[in-house]
Design a protein around this ligand. Structure first.
Ligand code: N01
Length: 541
């Protein structure tokens, strides 16, 4: 954190908070409009999620070629991904390459955290404050703060007592960690843990995993990209991108109309098997009814359970690793390399916290209700205060000084996940109520950045000072987001999608599950109707 000192107020057209995929592209587009924009970033470098989450095994679970910016043909042509799923170091190299290529760094202020953003009713400007005492006055404030950027508190008794080393997957040491010869404990079995556990197990003398809720995980089948795949992507890139944008998930996932309940058992099994062998998320969309119908979901859940039982040699461990309390896919599906097989190693053990909960950390390790475990290192892979956590940490006040955290006390309220009534000229990129985390994030980010850029250009052409969501549009959108979520099985899980992983957080389904393609049509329709549901005011209005 930078030191506090007095700074003059700086006038800008726009402040962008965050220099991940979203903030970087937003800066590039606003420069294109001739705006004076500045990005404020807490990290010492660009990359957001890919800057912070450097744990062993961190890699994307959307195929690399689809998980890159699409806005610049030459950038796409020049960059070469090496693996089917890029590793975190490669993604960070890519983001640094983008920052260099578009000369972004000169307008990014690193190691500075935004602490407050207040709207002034008189001037219709935002004052943005930072932790080093700077004040920026800007017409637009754009939150590119990411959906999974505020780690959950380590709310375990005795955390400070532990004399060994504590690591968090969400802020991993930049020089890496060598666990050779160590006794290591990992708390959590979400995506971060599931990616890191096999690699930590390769190094550690002993690894003990503390699992509260088992997750469904599917094999990534990661490998180097072949020359043919690279050429194929180059030759068909536009068509593949169009295909992805036409899908609900914004990546190519073989969507189908076929229903599991109408498919013969052998054919159903063959389809699950084909998709399991293909790797990645494809099994999540094997049948159109598995996300909305418990019977259909039961088929894929049963298939996954049998796979776990096939891979894990100890039946008791396999049973513990098998989810039983929520439908398949309603907690985010994990994509792994050798996760389940890691439990076949003599040096790896699994503790079921449903049976024996953690009571506290001790000077030497972890005490559960029936045993004490000693460790040299403990890794917390305990997740994030998703989608609203980072916005909630910033003191954001809109018209009349109303705090966003008060307005959202019972759950986030947005129009299209882009704007909030009474917060003029405050935009969110992939905010709650947008498809965001249920899609290829890069496609969703680009669509939001393009929407915001077009909106600001539209305002300039018409000499409009402010834009905001109307309360009616916001209410209707929130109702629609909930209504669509309620047609699915998602609300049945205690997931971070539901805010259920953070004690005291309202239980609300946070993203929009209607599908990227449907959502984009809705946004385009809003624009075609003159920004329907938004209120635009001129400087004198
Ligand atoms: O976090 P999580 P994550 N005591 O919330 C457990 C994205 N991501 O960092 O399920 C004991 O999934 C918790 O248990 P429970 C991706 O969207 C993507 O792994 O709450 N255990 C759970 O097992 C992902 O979904 C990629 O009962 C506690 C784990 O900690 C999201 O980030 C890679 C506990 C947290 O799992 C978050 O993933 C990594 C407690 N007090 C992440 N508190 C890729 O692209 C929490 N847990 C591949």
């Amino acid at each position: 954190m930078a030191t506090t000192q007095t700074h003059p107020k700086q006038q800008l057209d726009a402040v962008i908070v965050g220099a991940g995929f979203a903030g970087m592209y937003m800066l590039h587009r606003l420069r294109g409009l001739g705006l004076n924009a500045r990005v404020i970033e807490a990290g010492a470098g660009v990359g957001g999620t890919w800057y912070w989450n450097r744990y062993p095994g961190a890699r994307v679970d959307i195929e690399s070629q689809e998980y890159g910016y699409s806005f610049d043909e030459a950038l796409e042509r020049d960059w070469r991904w090496t693996e089917r799923y890029s590793s975190q170091p490669e993604l960070l190299r890519y983001l640094n390459h983008v920052a260099d290529r578009f000369d972004l760094r000169r307008d990014i202020q690193f190691e500075t955290r935004v602490t407050a953003a207040h709207f002034d009713d008189e001037t219709r400007l935002w004052t943005v404050k930072t932790d080093d005492g700077q004040h920026f006055i800007a017409r637009f404030c754009i939150m590119a703060t990411g959906c999974l950027s505020t780690p959950k508190e380590l709310d375990f008794e005795g955390v400070d007592d532990f004399k060994g080393t504590i690591y968090k997957t969400s802020s991993w040491p930049h020089d890496g960690v060598d666990f050779s010869g160590q006794r290591v404990g990992v708390i959590g079995t979400g995506s971060s843990a599931i990616q890191s556990i096999p690699i930590i197990a390769d190094q550690a003398a002993q690894l003990t995993v503390f699992q509260r809720t088992p997750n469904y995980s599917v094999p990534a089948r990661n490998r180097p990209l072949t020359a043919e795949e690279v050429t194929d992507w180059d030759n068909n890139r536009q068509a593949y991108r169009d295909d992805a944008r036409a899908q609900g998930l914004a990546f190519r996932n073989e969507p189908t109309e076929a229903l599991a309940v109408e498919t013969l058992p052998e054919a159903r099994e063959a389809e699950f098997e084909r998709r399991w062998r293909y790797g990645g998320f494809r099994i999540g969309g094997a049948f159109a009814d598995q996300g909305i119908d418990m019977v259909a979901n039961g088929y894929v859940a049963d298939f996954a359970a049998r796979k776990i039982a096939e891979i894990v040699t100890d039946p008791e461990t396999a049973a513990t690793l098998t989810p039983k309390t929520y439908p398949f896919g309603t907690k985010r599906l994990c994509v792994d390399t050798n996760y389940y097989a890691t439990y076949n190693r003599d040096t790896v053990s699994l503790i079921d916290l449903q049976q024996t909960p953690i009571e506290r950390l001790t000077t030497t390790g972890i005490k559960t209700s029936n045993a004490d475990y000693s460790f040299d290192s403990i890794v917390f892979a305990t997740g994030f205060d998703a989608m609203t956590g980072t916005l909630g940490k910033i003191d954001i006040c809109g018209r009349g000084g109303v705090a966003l955290k008060d307005k959202w006390a019972t759950g986030p309220r947005t129009y299209l996940g882009l704007m909030v009534a009474d917060y003029p000229n405050l935009f969110m990129i992939t905010g709650p109520g947008s498809p965001s985390v249920l899609t290829n994030m890069i496609m969703s980010i680009e669509q939001h950045v393009d929407f915001i850029t077009d909106c600001i250009a539209h305002m300039s052409e018409r000499q409009m000072a402010t834009i905001e969501a109307t309360p009616e549009a916001e209410t209707n959108w929130v109702a629609h987001v909930n209504e669509v979520a309620d047609t699915t099985l998602y609300p049945l899980a205690n997931s971070w999608y539901m805010g259920a992983n953070v004690p005291g957080k309202p239980r609300v389904f946070l993203p929009y599950v209607g599908g990227f393609n449907v959502y984009v049509d809705a946004c385009n329709d809003v624009v075609a109707k003159g920004y329907e549901g938004f209120l635009l005011k001129s400087a004198v209005g």
